[in-house]
Ligand binder design. Structure first.
Ligand SMILES: C[S@@+](CC[C@H](N)C(=O)[O-])C[C@H]1O[C@@H](n2cnc3c(N)ncnc32)[C@H](O)[C@@H]1O
Length: 273
């Protein structure tokens, strides 16, 4: 299988977008993750390591991260170092389709987490199957991912809808699923875990709320980073993407603008304790 290209890339602007998204979301995700002191946690597609470090603080133990990109891992280590938390992050270089774990580590983790990773791999079921194998019987797998069809903007910025459609089609072209979030419970069950909890983590709000501009900036950053992949679908030209980005900037300044979105989040338990 050809490894899929990571649509967002890893340049400094994209890393800043991902860091901002972590700032906006991690408290809500950590509430759902319910990590207990002493738990051994694996974070697959650990990116900049911010959520991994949040889980490590709750566990009071280092979290093992798996990350394919050397740039992301280097930035994750820098961020951990500047927070004085280097010892909380054990990032391993490797692919989510072939976990770089030692033989003795399989079946030992209490929790395996993957957030915003399954949408970037062509075979999410293979990733989830390894997550189930990595945890002990009775351990948990937590998944959080996008279903890009859920986005609602009002009033809708002119030219935005076709660009968002083309953004979703760019996932198909890469062999990935832009709606994978709706399949999380099915992916858990298919991998032999018992789905135990499902929720959606709300994202957005209205102009005037402190986090609103951050969500609008994240949305624009998503499209900016995927600008060429969107145009490569042939559905819109580059100047159409740029016009939509300007329209989002104008939208974000409106006093009555609102964004509604949610990240599906699901947990499953490995049977057989
Ligand atoms: C959107 S980021 C999410 C990072 C982190 N999980 C978070 O929630 O902030 C997705 C990460 O998965 C990594 N990634 C994509 N495909 C991967 C693969 N096949 N194996 C390992 N990591 C991968 C990317 O390099 C990127 O850092």
């Amino acid at each position: 299988m050809i490894p899929s290209r990571y649509i967002h890339g890893t340049d400094p602007d994209e890393q800043a977008r991902l860091a901002l998204l972590n700032d906006l979301l991690n408290a809500a995700c950590l509430r759902e993750l319910r990590v207990s002191r002493g738990e051994r946690v694996l974070d697959v597609g650990s990116g900049l390591g911010q959520l991994a470090r949040g889980m490590a603080r709750a566990a009071a133990k280092p979290v093992v991260g798996i990350e394919r990109s050397a740039e992301q891992s280097a930035r994750a280590r820098d961020l951990a170092r500047s927070a004085g938390e280097e010892e909380l992050l054990d990032v391993r270089s490797g692919d989510a389709l072939a976990f770089p774990l030692r033989e003795a580590e399989w079946g030992t983790f209490d929790l395996a987490n993957a957030r915003f990773l399954l949408e970037h791999v062509p075979a999410p079921e293979k990733v989830v199957a390894q997550m189930v194998r990595a945890i002990r019987p009775g351990g948990r797998v937590a998944l959080c991912d996008d279903d890009h069809s859920l986005l609602r903007l009002h009033p809708e910025p002119p030219g935005f809808a076709p660009v968002w459609q083309a953004f979703m089609r760019s996932y198909d072209r890469n062999g990935n699923d832009p709606y994978v979030g709706r399949r999380l419970a099915a992916l858990l069950a298919g991998a032999g875990a018992r789905p135990s909890r499902l929720t959606w983590i709300f994202v957005g709000g209205c102009a005037g709320e402190p986090a609103f501009n951050g969500f609008a900036e994240n949305l624009a950053g998503n499209l900016r980073g995927a600008r060429e992949a969107i145009a490569a679908t042939g559905a819109v030209a580059l100047d159409g993407v740029d016009a939509a980005l300007e329209a989002i900037a104008a939208f974000a300044r409106l006093p009555d603008a609102s964004i509604g979105y949610a990240f599906p989040w699901a947990e499953g338990v490995r049977p057989g304790r």
